[in-house]
Design a protein around this ligand. Structure first.
Ligand SMILES: Nc1nc2c(ncn2[C@@H]2O[C@H](COP(=O)(O)OP(=O)(O)OP(=O)(O)O)[C@@H](O)[C@H]2O)c(=O)[nH]1
Ligand SMILES: [Mg+2]
Length: 339
């Protein structure tokens, strides 16, 4: 194990692949790997690429990676295999599309399977990102389908979130509902070669504008910079704001991709120069601790309280024999009997 992790630290790609496989297979291994590698993490720029199914995320990630390589940056890619039935089979497609990058030793590509719970997927993804981080990859691109809470959770673990839209998806409103637009640092309208692209751009710009006005009137000061964290109010006034912008791309031709990469790198710069990098690190840490605690609690519950006992309490609450607080208190003493 220690030998494997030493090779990870040296950037050995096969060791990286094996470590990630171990993370997927065993929670205990994942724990051990994260504990041991953690001191060597914190250097990589983690970029989430999210959006509705079929907007062209994989194609775009492919081209973004190629552009980052041109700038001599080492790129790790994690494609989260969507659990949504709409996108079944996407994994194979992703592999084929990304194959042309596979010969480059400066790029590491990995798909993560979304089995198990939401927390499990997010947890495994962020652990895999730590392995890539410790291995010295400069930028880690994480592709997720913006369909649910898991994706938002994964996006929350990124420093920079790129939300990808495309014309004719009819989902501009949907994406707001899903909270996807709110987490964007950079917006991309891909498939700009398709009819209606200009309208999609216009709609997004309008929504951005409205979002900022709302925030402005709520806080009584100036527009918030950051649609994601809502922490702008804490920031001192002399810090330049990050303006969320809308970019147009035609991913298969790499059209507009260099500009998106510029924005991604500029956002990193912005985070580093303000206190926002630390703020995001704290957000990510908070999220992770929370997930670990939750998982621990679930495990202890499973171990120490039988299903029958739990169901018994559930029925008692449903029958109004006891209230839910009393039920929870009883479970608590059973989960942690020493207290
Ligand atoms: N016309 C056009 N087609 C594109 C563009 N970008 C991607 N496509 C096509 O759109 C389809 C979906 O692209 P993907 O990159 O797989 O999209 P995705 O968002 O990763 O899809 P999922 O992972 O399944 O959600 C493919 O057939 C691409 O070739 C573009 O800019 N213009
Ligand atoms: Mg994809």
């Amino acid at each position: 194990m220690d030998d494997l992790l030493e090779r990870v630290r040296q950037g050995d790609r096969r060791a990286v692949a094996r470590a990630i496989t171990q993370i997927e297979r065993s929670k205990d291994r994942a724990r051990e790997i994260v504990i041991k590698l953690y001191p060597e993490t914190g250097m990589a720029h983690i970029v989430g690429i999210t959006g509705a199914p079929g907007t062209g995320k994989s194609t775009l990630v492919n081209e973004i990676a190629r552009e980052l390589r041109r700038r001599d940056l080492l790129v790790g890619i994690i494609a989260v295999d969507p659990s949504s039935p709409f996108t079944g089979g996407a994994l194979l497609g992703d592999r084929i599309r990304m194959q042309d990058l596979a010969g480059d030793s400066g790029i590491f590509i990995r798909s993560m399977a979304s089995r198990g719970s939401l927390g499990g997927l997010a947890g495994a993804t962020s652990s895999a990102a730590k392995v890539l981080d410790a291995a010295g990859f400069d930028v880690i691109l994480i592709e997720t389908v913006g369909a649910g809470q898991a994706e938002v959770t994964i996006a929350n673990t990124a420093h920079t979130t790129v939300v990808v839209d495309a014309p004719g998806m009819g989902d501009e409103i949907q994406s707001i509902k899903a909270g996807i637009l709110e987490i964007a640092d950079i917006l991309v309208v891909n498939k700009a070669d398709r009819q209606g692209a200009a309208n999609t751009v216009k709609a997004l710009r309008m929504m951005l504008h409205m979002g900022q006005q709302k925030r402005q009137s709520r806080s009584g000061v100036r527009p918030a910079t950051n649609l994601a964290t809502g922490t702008a109010n804490n920031r001192s006034d002399d810090q330049a704001d990050w303006a969320v912008r809308v970019f147009e791309t035609v991913a298969p031709d790499a059209r507009g991709v260099a500009e998106v990469v510029n924005a991604i790198l500029a956002h990193r710069q912005y985070l580093k120069q303000s206190d926002q990098w630390l703020e995001r690190e704290k957000d990510r840490s908070r999220e992770e601790i929370q997930q670990i605690l939750q998982a621990h609690l679930d495990l202890q519950l499973e171990r120490n309280v039988s299903n029958t006992e739990r169901e018994h309490l559930v029925t008692a609450v449903a029958d109004r024999e006891i209230d839910p607080y009393t039920a929870a208190a009883r479970l608590f003493t059973q989960i942690f009997p020493d207290r």
